[in-house]
Design a protein around this ligand. Structure first.
Ligand code: COA
Length: 185
């Protein structure tokens, strides 16, 4: 199968959503499901890889805030992994990102091997780590406070400093280390 990289078009949304959810399914972002595509307030560069059967095989969205650009989403359909699609998408987007005035590109990801290897192999360096912590319904709510009239939280998603990793892992079953990667443009 061959792929062509081109700008995202509104008609791509169903295929974009399908590609993203299938890509994320086997990662630590498995439950980060979007029912509609992200709308950006700031300027953004959005590209897709279209397979020769018309399906969306990969997608990349980069939001630009002056000199700082951020990868909002990069995802490749699992049936088409390791064929250079994410790399081709990044190459295609970077020209426009630089033209828009960005001088640094960052990205945030958890511990999945594919994502981390891809960022490191694509010229990014790790800059910062913190924790993503999930409190599930069967885990204690000790220490949480809520406004009058609300019970303690049943579930919660929280950020925590990396120095509290051992404590968080002892208390909660689902804890991820989230890394920021940086690439100077
Ligand atoms: C990360 C991701 C976008 C990479 O897409 P891809 O098109 O398969 O990547 P490429 O083919 O461009 O890979 C280029 C290089 O990255 C590295 N890489 C990519 N996937 C890898 C894997 N599973 N294991 C190890 N290294 C990997 C390799 O160095 C690879 O070069 P090689 O194949 O010649 O060895 C894809 O795995 C994906 O969609 N993952 C799920 C979504 C996700 O985690 N997104 C990012 C975080 S939000």
């Amino acid at each position: 199968m061959t792929f062509s990289v081109r700008p995202y078009l509104p008609a791509d949304e169903p295929g974009w959503l399908r590609c993203r959810v299938l890509s994320f399914l086997s990662t630590q972002y498995y439950d980060d499901v979007k029912p509609s595509r992200t709308a950006f307030d700031l300027p953004a560069v959005s590209v897709v890889a279209e397979a020769d059967d018309g399906t969306i095989a990969g997608l990349l969205d980069i939001e630009i805030d002056g000199p700082a650009a951020t990868i909002d989403t990069v995802a490749v359909h699992p049936d088409h992994a390791r064929q250079g699609i994410a790399t081709a998408l990044l190459d295609a987007a970077l020209t426009q990102v630089r033209e828009a005035g960005a001088t640094v590109l960052d990205a945030w990801t958890r511990e999945d091997q594919a994502a981390n290897a891809w960022y490191l192999g694509s010229g990014f360096v790790e800059n910062f780590r913190y924790l993503h912590v999930y409190k599930h319904g069967d885990e204690p709510a000790d220490g949480f406070t809520t406004p009058d009239g609300l019970s303690a939280p049943v579930i919660a998603f929280l950020h925590a400093d990396i120095v509290r990793e051992a404590e968080m892992r002892a208390r909660f079953a689902r804890v991820h280390v989230c890394r920021q990667y940086l690439r100077h443009l």
